[in-house]
Ligand binder design. Structure first.
Ligand code: CMP
Length: 140
Protein backbone atom coordinates (compact mmCIF):
# COMPACT_ATOMS: atom_id res chain seq x y z
CA UNK A 1 0.00 0.00 0.00
CA UNK A 2 1.36 3.43 -0.90
CA UNK A 3 2.70 5.71 1.79
CA UNK A 4 3.40 9.46 1.79
CA UNK A 5 6.35 11.70 2.59
CA UNK A 6 6.74 15.47 2.94
CA UNK A 7 9.62 16.75 0.82
CA UNK A 8 11.06 20.29 0.97
CA UNK A 9 13.45 21.66 -1.61
CA UNK A 10 15.24 24.14 0.62
CA UNK A 11 16.12 27.75 -0.38
CA UNK A 12 19.59 26.79 -1.67
CA UNK A 13 17.98 24.27 -4.03
CA UNK A 14 15.47 26.77 -5.43
CA UNK A 15 18.14 29.52 -5.66
CA UNK A 16 20.52 27.21 -7.52
CA UNK A 17 17.81 26.24 -10.04
CA UNK A 18 17.83 22.62 -8.88
CA UNK A 19 14.05 22.24 -8.41
CA UNK A 20 13.57 20.48 -11.74
CA UNK A 21 16.58 18.19 -11.26
CA UNK A 22 15.49 17.14 -7.77
CA UNK A 23 11.84 16.52 -8.74
CA UNK A 24 13.08 14.66 -11.83
CA UNK A 25 15.03 12.22 -9.66
CA UNK A 26 12.01 11.61 -7.42
CA UNK A 27 9.68 11.03 -10.38
CA UNK A 28 12.26 8.88 -12.20
CA UNK A 29 12.26 6.55 -9.19
CA UNK A 30 8.54 6.04 -9.80
CA UNK A 31 6.96 8.19 -7.10
CA UNK A 32 3.96 10.46 -7.68
CA UNK A 33 3.60 14.11 -6.70
CA UNK A 34 0.22 14.54 -5.02
CA UNK A 35 0.61 18.15 -3.77
CA UNK A 36 3.12 20.88 -4.66
CA UNK A 37 3.69 24.54 -3.79
CA UNK A 38 6.32 27.30 -3.58
CA UNK A 39 6.41 29.49 -0.48
CA UNK A 40 8.75 31.33 1.88
CA UNK A 41 8.17 29.70 5.28
CA UNK A 42 7.25 31.73 8.36
CA UNK A 43 9.10 31.30 11.65
CA UNK A 44 5.90 29.78 13.07
CA UNK A 45 5.81 27.05 10.43
CA UNK A 46 9.50 26.35 10.99
CA UNK A 47 9.12 26.14 14.78
CA UNK A 48 6.38 23.55 14.29
CA UNK A 49 8.29 21.63 11.61
CA UNK A 50 11.58 21.66 13.55
CA UNK A 51 10.05 21.16 17.01
CA UNK A 52 12.80 18.67 17.92
CA UNK A 53 15.56 21.13 16.94
CA UNK A 54 14.36 24.45 18.44
CA UNK A 55 16.69 24.17 21.43
CA UNK A 56 19.75 23.16 19.38
CA UNK A 57 22.65 25.60 18.91
CA UNK A 58 22.23 25.48 15.12
CA UNK A 59 18.52 26.45 15.23
CA UNK A 60 18.94 30.25 14.74
CA UNK A 61 21.13 29.60 11.69
CA UNK A 62 18.63 27.04 10.45
CA UNK A 63 15.80 29.61 10.63
CA UNK A 64 17.93 32.21 8.83
CA UNK A 65 18.69 29.67 6.08
CA UNK A 66 15.12 28.40 5.75
CA UNK A 67 13.62 31.92 5.58
CA UNK A 68 16.24 33.18 3.07
CA UNK A 69 13.96 32.51 0.10
CA UNK A 70 11.19 30.31 -1.21
CA UNK A 71 11.10 26.56 -0.70
CA UNK A 72 9.22 23.96 -2.71
CA UNK A 73 6.98 21.81 -0.51
CA UNK A 74 5.68 18.54 -1.94
CA UNK A 75 3.72 15.51 -0.88
CA UNK A 76 5.14 12.45 -2.63
CA UNK A 77 3.43 9.07 -2.68
CA UNK A 78 4.50 5.53 -3.46
CA UNK A 79 5.34 2.12 -2.09
CA UNK A 80 7.89 2.47 0.74
CA UNK A 81 8.39 6.08 -0.33
CA UNK A 82 10.05 7.16 2.93
CA UNK A 83 12.83 4.58 2.66
CA UNK A 84 13.16 5.26 -1.06
CA UNK A 85 13.40 9.04 -0.71
CA UNK A 86 15.87 8.80 2.16
CA UNK A 87 18.03 6.64 -0.07
CA UNK A 88 17.69 9.14 -2.96
CA UNK A 89 18.59 12.09 -0.70
CA UNK A 90 21.75 10.74 0.93
CA UNK A 91 22.96 11.54 4.43
CA UNK A 92 22.22 14.89 6.12
CA UNK A 93 25.80 16.10 5.83
CA UNK A 94 26.61 16.72 2.14
CA UNK A 95 30.31 16.08 2.76
CA UNK A 96 29.67 12.40 3.46
CA UNK A 97 26.57 11.87 1.29
CA UNK A 98 27.27 9.12 -1.25
CA UNK A 99 27.80 9.90 -4.94
CA UNK A 100 24.59 9.15 -6.83
CA UNK A 101 22.44 10.74 -4.14
CA UNK A 102 20.86 14.19 -4.43
CA UNK A 103 23.04 15.61 -1.66
CA UNK A 104 26.12 13.64 -2.70
CA UNK A 105 25.92 14.88 -6.27
CA UNK A 106 24.53 18.38 -5.84
CA UNK A 107 24.81 19.77 -2.28
CA UNK A 108 27.67 22.02 -1.24
CA UNK A 109 27.82 22.90 2.43
CA UNK A 110 30.96 24.92 2.82
CA UNK A 111 31.00 26.06 6.40
CA UNK A 112 27.53 27.52 6.79
CA UNK A 113 25.94 27.48 10.26
CA UNK A 114 22.83 25.59 9.17
CA UNK A 115 24.23 22.76 7.07
CA UNK A 116 22.73 23.70 3.71
CA UNK A 117 21.74 20.38 2.20
CA UNK A 118 19.17 21.14 -0.53
CA UNK A 119 16.34 18.89 0.59
CA UNK A 120 14.32 17.65 3.55
CA UNK A 121 12.34 14.43 3.71
CA UNK A 122 10.27 13.09 6.61
CA UNK A 123 12.10 10.35 8.51
CA UNK A 124 9.12 8.08 9.39
CA UNK A 125 5.38 7.74 8.83
CA UNK A 126 4.41 9.65 11.97
CA UNK A 127 6.74 12.55 11.04
CA UNK A 128 5.30 12.52 7.53
CA UNK A 129 1.73 12.82 8.80
CA UNK A 130 2.72 15.59 11.23
CA UNK A 131 4.76 17.52 8.64
CA UNK A 132 2.12 17.22 5.89
CA UNK A 133 -0.45 18.77 8.26
CA UNK A 134 1.97 21.69 8.94
CA UNK A 135 2.86 22.47 5.31
CA UNK A 136 -0.49 21.49 3.74
CA UNK A 137 -3.16 22.26 6.36
CA UNK A 138 -5.66 22.54 3.50
CA UNK A 139 -5.29 18.79 2.84
CA UNK A 140 -6.54 17.94 6.32
P1 CMP B 1 16.98 18.52 8.03
O1 CMP B 1 16.94 17.10 7.58
O2 CMP B 1 16.02 19.45 7.35
O3 CMP B 1 16.73 18.60 9.59
C1 CMP B 1 17.36 19.53 10.44
C2 CMP B 1 18.29 20.46 9.72
O4 CMP B 1 19.15 21.20 10.55
C3 CMP B 1 19.21 19.63 8.85
O5 CMP B 1 18.48 19.09 7.77
C4 CMP B 1 20.28 20.65 8.54
O6 CMP B 1 19.90 21.53 7.50
C5 CMP B 1 20.33 21.48 9.84
N1 CMP B 1 21.49 21.19 10.69
C6 CMP B 1 22.48 22.05 10.98
N2 CMP B 1 23.37 21.53 11.78
C7 CMP B 1 22.97 20.28 12.05
C8 CMP B 1 23.49 19.22 12.84
N3 CMP B 1 24.62 19.33 13.55
N4 CMP B 1 22.79 18.07 12.86
C9 CMP B 1 21.62 17.96 12.16
N5 CMP B 1 21.09 18.93 11.41
C10 CMP B 1 21.76 20.08 11.34
Amino acid sequence: SPSRILILIKPDGVRRRLTGEILRRIEAKGYALTALKLLTPTEEVLAAHYVEHVERPFYPGLVEYMTSGPVVAAVVEGDRVIEGCRSLMGTTDPTTAAPGTIRGDLARDWGTDAMENLIHGSDCESSAAREISIWFPELG
